[in-house]
Design a protein around this ligand. Structure first.
Ligand code: PEP
Ligand code: MG
Length: 593
């Protein structure tokens, strides 16, 4: 969309919108509207059999042209600062993969032949199917990739029509707040971050690409309701409160003053948090806590190190299996893991084996969804049903363990037998590698399990006899304990990690780990919420793993706490069974320490 000129006077009244906080901080700026997802309209045409070949050829040419345009953007991304450049670069690489002889291009060619339709319509059909498959995955990160798939489709269709697809940001005012439906990685590569004060989009969630990039650029961001698009005009003054998830268009004097002060306070606190990077996380009474990072992609490591994380507490390995028709080889997996272990420079890396459900990544793994995927063949159950896949993954992890400290983590373990089975497979892999003279860590990497099924938490004492460490997955633990699908917004109001049932399961697990003298960490979202820090420490948790951006805030909270006084308070808290009183209790916990 072309920008209208800025208005000369601002006579419209203040309007506030509540959205989802997607990048902390406050921005006071000028609206710059951007329409990145104008719907691509294509007409479906039947083609005669004799034209199929020519139509298929057009697709190849269009893919090559779209790829060369993206290559130009990759050059720009390289010049972007730090983690943002890497994030955008990674996504542009993913676009390239989708365009270069991938399943998408082959799928479109096949569809032209089977449906006898024109290339443009075939692209839109394939993109629609891929987007549907992604939308069905119960994984926020993956479903947020739908925008990327559509973007590739849009570029392909426009290359077919020979149209120029780049939307410029040449008229971006200083202090611009981008108001958009969604920002694609290509858009982001074109932005000059020095001119942008904040971002608000109506599509995507906290896991969307916009949110990831906003966080790595340190820009305040809110995922706002769609009405914002009709309320904000170019040149309007706008406030983005990315911490509370609020957007105010045409703010009055009172709010302008209030938010100027809030922004100054936020910037001061950011400065003081930066100073904590190399300060150890120790409570006032000398209790040492280890703060680790969760990652999904190797390119997140610069952010992990910048946040001062002591290691990786959860490396979700699913990315290696995404967007592909064939399973990754042992060599490919080893290369990825080796890169991460080396970059972490001697800090521990906890690699979780494949955590898929029957409903996600079905294509690459050739799976049929069961009647209830959430309770079906998923995570470690799936890996144990496909021994070769598990064997290959374990072999790659063991080889990476020769390069630095590695821990192996198994998702959704429910019985002692599952751990014993994995130990058996691990022994076979070790024997094979040793026979071939391939170096692995000695002693072998510890083998730990996620505690994220209520039954596993209640059997934690038995599981602790077999596992070398526990990692509490409070996201799934909450979902399964309360029978609330964590991705279903209709029941989102019931999703409450502070429910007494969830807290008791965490407490029981922590006690079982302590009795068996094995380490226990929390790597669910609860670990990144500093209000929960005293509760988790009070339960005896010694390691927290979270998204790197939250780490300094959690560390600050730890430095303020006095564990001796919290432990007594937490014991009293667990006797409380009313969720409302429990929340009030947690809010004041540690205050008098
Ligand atoms: C969890 O369930 O808390 C967890 C950390 O794993 P994931 O979010 O990957 O399911
Ligand atoms: Mg989980």
């Amino acid at each position: 969309m072309k920008n209208r000129p800025a208005k000369e006077t601002n006579t419209r009244s203040e309007r506030a919108f509540e959205g989802v906080a997607a990048g902390a901080g406050i921005a006071l700026g000028i609206v710059y509207r951007h329409d990145s997802h104008a719907v691509v309209q294509v007409r479906e045409r039947r083609i005669p059999a004799a034209k199929v070949r020519a139509e298929q050829h057009r697709v190849l040419e269009a893919a090559a042209e779209a790829a060369s345009r993206i290559e130009a953007l990759q050059g720009r991304a390289k010049r972007m600062a730090g983690a943002a450049g890497e994030e955008v670069g990674y996504l542009l690489d993913a676009y390239q993969q989708m365009l270069n002889g991938s399943r998408l291009v082959r799928g479109v060619q096949k569809r032209i032949a089977t449906d006898r339709i024109n290339a443009e319509a075939a692209v839109m059909k394939e993109i629609g199917l891929m987007a549907e498959a992604f939308a069905a995955m119960d994984d926020q990160y993956l479903s947020a990739r739908i925008a990327d798939i559509r973007e590739v489709g849009r570029r392909l269709v426009e290359s077919l029509g020979g149209k120029d697809t780049e939307t410029g940001f040449d008229d971006l005012p200083v202090n611009a707040v981008i108001v958009a439906d969604e920002l694609s990685p290509a858009d982001t590569a074109l932005l000059d971050p020095k001119r942008v004060a904040g971002i608000t989009t109506v599509l995507g969630g906290v896991e969307s690409h916009t949110a990831i990039v906003a966080r790595s650029l340190g820009l305040p961001a809110v995922v706002a309701p769609p009405e914002l698009l009709s309320a904000a005009e170019n040149g309007d003054e706008i406030i983005i409160d990315g911490t509370a998830g609020r957007v105010i268009v045409n703010p009055g004097a009172a709010n302008l003053n209030k938010y100027k002060k809030r922004r100054a306070a936020f910037l001061r606190s950011q400065q003081s948090l930066k100073k904590l990077k190399s300060v150890p996380a120790v409570t006032r009474d000398g209790f040492r806590v280890h703060l680790h990072a969760n990652i999904e992609l190797p390119n997140e490591i610069p952010g992990v190190l910048a946040a001062g994380a002591e290691g990786i507490g959860l490396f979700r390995s699913e990315f290696m299996f995404m967007n592909r028709e064939q399973l990754p080889t042992e060599e490919e997996q080893f290369e990825e893991l080796a890169q991460v272990v080396k970059k972490m420079g001697g800090r521990p890396v906890t690699v979780r084996t494949l955590d898929v459900g029957a409903d996600k990544l079905g294509d690459a793994l050739g799976l049929k969804p069961g009647p209830n995927p959430a309770l079906g063949l998923r995570a470690i159950r799936f890996s144990l049903s496909r021994r070769k896949l598990l064997l290959t993954q374990l072999s790659a992890i063991l080889r990476a363990s020769a390069l630095g400290p590695v821990r192996i983590l198994l998702p959704m373990v429910c019985t002692v037998d599952e751990i014993k089975q994995v130990r058996g497979i691990l022994a076979r892999v070790v024997a094979t590698l040793k026979r071939k003279g391939i170096k692995i860590a000695d002693p072998l990497p510890p083998l730990g399990i996620m505690i994220e099924i209520p039954g596993a938490a209640l059997a934690a004492d038995a599981l602790a006899q077999e596992a070398d460490f526990f990692a509490l997955g409070t996201n799934d633990l909450t979902q399964y304990t309360l029978a609330i699908d964590r991705t279903d917004e209709q029941v989102a109001y019931l999703y409450n990690p502070l429910h007494p049932a969830v807290l008791r399961l965490i407490q029981f697990t922590a006690e079982a780990a302590s009795a068996a003298r094995i380490p226990v960490s929390v790597c669910g979202e609860m670990a990144s919420d500093e209000r929960m820090t005293p509760v988790l420490l009070g339960f005896g948790i010694t390691e927290l793993s979270m998204n790197p951006a939250s780490l300094p805030r959690v560390k600050k909270r730890i430095l303020e706490l006095n564990l001796a006084s919290i432990s007594g308070q937490v014991r009293r808290m667990t006797a409380e069974s009313d969720p409302v009183r429990l929340k009030a209790f947690v809010d004041t916990l540690g205050d008098d320490g």
